[in-house]
Design a binder for this molecule. Structure first.
Ligand code: ADP
Ligand code: AMP
Length: 217
């Protein structure tokens, strides 16, 4: 099963992708996590991406498309994947379609997690991320068991640089201008499924797992 998760920044894509990937047995592929990892390691990609990310701008299409193409060729993605944060532009969506088609594959579902801008701001302002595994938490809605420490790997939790109000405003503008049109793109192909994201994490996951016909653990 090849799945794309759509939705504004802060909709809960990373939260849902991690849970659903586990119950469905597919890898969770997050371009945001891949870029943050590259920034933390100071690689060439990280140096290039850092400035765009901090300002809430998109990293150039050709860069991100190249990374995703490589990632999709790794053995764990053969049986399926959940893409989180990609595609974000029409150019990326078309490149993904072409790449999969060349491999004799296609997207099965584009799941759009629907959340208002107001809720996005509430979620992002309390978001904390694990420095080692990237898992997202929320200080109020989804807190870790021990303050400041990841439940899964014990890593330190931190606030993303692009979760500051100015970058969040810009990310929402970029989302509405460049990424929201993908809802129509996948709608026209009959692949779109809308999910109300303004509900508890478990309810949203159950709906997606039922849609994908995956068993919970
Ligand atoms: P995205 O990957 O779409 O940017 P995240 O998964 O990082 O979004 O979620 C954004 C923030 O909202 C995080 O702090 C997360 O813990 C919290 N969150 C995610 N889903 C829900 C939900 N259904 N209800 C309340 N808070 C949520
Ligand atoms: P995310 O973790 O998905 O919120 O992504 C964080 C940031 O990484 C974005 O604001 C962009 O700067 C960059 N990024 C992640 N995915 C993409 C993508 N598909 N295209 C361009 N930039 C991306």
């Amino acid at each position: 099963m090849n799945v794309v998760l759509l939705g504004p920044p802060g909709a809960g894509k990373g939260t849902q992708a991690e849970r659903v990937a586990k119950s469905c047995g597919f890898p969770h592929i997050s371009t945001g996590d891949m870029l943050r990892d590259a920034v933390a390691k100071g690689t060439e990609l990280g140096k290039l991406a850092k400035g765009y990310m901090e300002k809430g701008e998109l990293v150039p299409d050709e860069v991100i498309i190249g990374i995703v193409k490589e990632r999709l060729l790794e053995p764990d993605a053969e049986k399926g994947f959940i893409l989180d944060g990609f595609p974000r532009t029409l150019e990326q969506a078309i490149a993904l379609e072409n790449e999969l088609s060349a491999l004799g594959r296609k997207i099965d579902f584009a799941v759009n997690i629907e959340v208002s801008d107001e809720e996005v701001v509430r979620r992002i302002s309390g978001r904390r991320i694990c420095r080692s595994c990237g898992r997202p938490y929320h200080v109020e809605f989804n807190p870790p068991k021990a303050d400041g420490i990841c439940d899964v790997c014990g890593g330190e939790l931190y606030r993303r640089a692009d979760d500051e109000p100015e970058a969040v405003r810009r990310r929402l503008e970029v989302y509405h201008a460049q990424t929201a049109p993908l809802v129509d793109f996948y709608g026209q192909r009959g692949l779109l499924v809308g999910v109300d994201g303004a509900r508890p994490v478990e309810e949203v996951s159950s709906e997606i797992e039922n849609l994908l016909n995956c068993r919970k653990e």
